[in-house]
Design a protein around this ligand. Structure first.
Ligand code: ADP
Length: 420
């Protein structure tokens, strides 16, 4: 099977989000954690490489993504996708722009698009401005993000300091005219020396128009949603679904781990704790005594009840802990505790693991030493079940980024694995 599209994602939940949307079309999607050491021998039509480089130093992010690109090229890919967050999480230094420019150089293309729109999750772009629901990005909760606070809503202004080339726009009025108009405007911008083109999109139909209008570009960049039309467009139905390579777990024993403090995760934890066994992790106690108490509690649990262990707390509580421990240390302690609990749960027989939090998902996946995931049924837009092997055991993992899903997400996730 030759690769139809090679994708690089800047974080783990973003990678499963992208893989899930690609898989909607029925094509086989394979997700690798990090750049594989071995050259590709068993590439799927749609390959996604998950990196953890959203907030790493620019040079590191560029080096990592170039390595991923080289692997995908080695597997035969000629079309590529650079996936970042639908809220354009970045700083004036990067990493969205510098990575895109490095990939463009390596691929040998003079123009690419930037389309973080994800209409199903309320992310829309109009006249170059990004909206989260009805709020401009800079007025949404993203303005207070701990690592990448977004204080401007205009994508052209956000991108310009990150790149050396010129930035331009294909606006919604042009997108509304159809794929040919998009292509013509891109050509016009190219004539004016514009390499980096923001493209407006407010609804799924726009994404299909844009994908068609950009079919000549070997590199596209954006959130996951703009990749959704690509399987149909590129593969032309030729790559039918293939049997999965990862075995499915046979036990329903499960655990839910939450290290996200985002508003939606807080609602999900409140919903789940009303009816399920749960244990709250106290970061200050973890800092002093380690996760022994949580591990002991877990060992007494009936895993068929899918117990929840969570550090999720209100912003004021998180701020208090961060004041005492330091922001990075607090995050690290919680992530490492949840990673250890994931391993312990697996060793106790849990084969279904639901994780809330992007960074948390990275820590858990690394601790489980998972290297490749197959993509299964979508639980909520952008959150599929995935299947992997950990310590020789088949496991199912659901990795949810903080703000995705509805309040019943954890129950929805477990129900989604039951036979229909
Ligand atoms: P999200 O996807 O919601 O951003 P992440 O897992 O990416 O979630 O990030 C949340 C960060 O907050 C993690 O580093 C986690 O360890 C940390 N964290 C979670 N709960 C607490 C808490 N109660 N106190 C301090 N830090 C916390």
């Amino acid at each position: 099977m030759t690769i139809v599209l090679g994708c690089i994602a800047d974080d783990f939940t973003g990678a499963t989000d992208l893989a899930g949307l690609l898989a909607r079309s029925g094509v086989r999607v394979s997700l690798r954690i990090g750049v594989p050491d071995a050259p590709p021998t068993d590439a799927a039509a749609f390959e996604v490489i998950a990196l953890k480089c959203r907030t790493s130093p620019v040079a590191e992010a560029v080096a990592e993504t170039r390595k991923a690109l080289a692997w995908l090229k080695g597997a035969g890919a000629t079309r590529f996708f650079w996936k970042y967050c639908s809220t354009f999480d970045s700083t004036p230094q990067g990493n969205i722009g510098p990575v895109a420019e490095a990939l463009m150089r390596d691929i040998g293309t003079g123009q690419t698009i930037y389309c973080p729109a994800f209409p199903e999750n309320g992310r829309a772009i109009f006249m170059g401005n990004l909206f989260v629901g009805e709020q401009p990005l800079a007025e949404s909760p993203m303005k207070d993000h701990p690592l990448t606070p977004m204080r401007d809503s205009n994508l052209m202004r956000l991108l310009a300091p990150q790149v050396t080339g010129k930035v331009g726009l294909v606006n919604r009025l042009i997108v509304a005219q159809g794929p040919e108009a998009v292509r013509a405007r891109l050509a016009q911008l190219q004539g004016e020396g514009v390499a980096h083109v923001i493209v407006d999109a407010v609804a799924d139909a726009d994404l299909y128009t844009i994908a068609q209008g950009c079919q000549h570009l070997p590199l596209l960049t954006g959130g996951s949603a703009i990749a959704m039309p690509l399987p149909q467009l590129y593969a032309n139905g030729a790559t039918a679904a293939k049997p999965a390579t990862q075995p499915r777990p046979t036990t329903a024993k499960a655990v839910v781990l939450s290290g996200s403090a985002s508003a939606m995760t807080r609602a999900q934890v409140a919903h789940y704790t009303a009816s399920r066994p749960h244990f709250r992790l106290d970061p200050l106690d973890l800092a002093q005594n380690g996760p022994a108490a949580a591990l002991d509690w877990l060992a007494t649990q009936d895993l068929s009840q899918a117990p929840l262990l969570y550090a999720t707390a209100e912003p004021a509580q998180v701020a208090e802990v961060q004041r005492k421990l330091g922001r990075a240390k607090a995050g690290e302690i919680v992530e490492q505790a949840l990673a250890r609990l994931a391993v312990a749960a697996r060793d106790l027989g849990a084969a279904r693991i639901v994780v809330a939090g992007g960074e948390t998902s990275g820590a858990v996946t690394q601790a489980l030493a998972v290297t490749r995931l197959d993509i299964g049924r979508e639980i909520a837009p952008g959150v599929p079940w995935t299947f992997a092997t950990s310590a020789g055991q088949p496991i199912a993992l659901a990795l949810k980024s903080g703000n995705f899903g509805t309040p019943s997400f954890f129950d929805d996730a477990l129900t989604a694995l039951e036979p229909a």
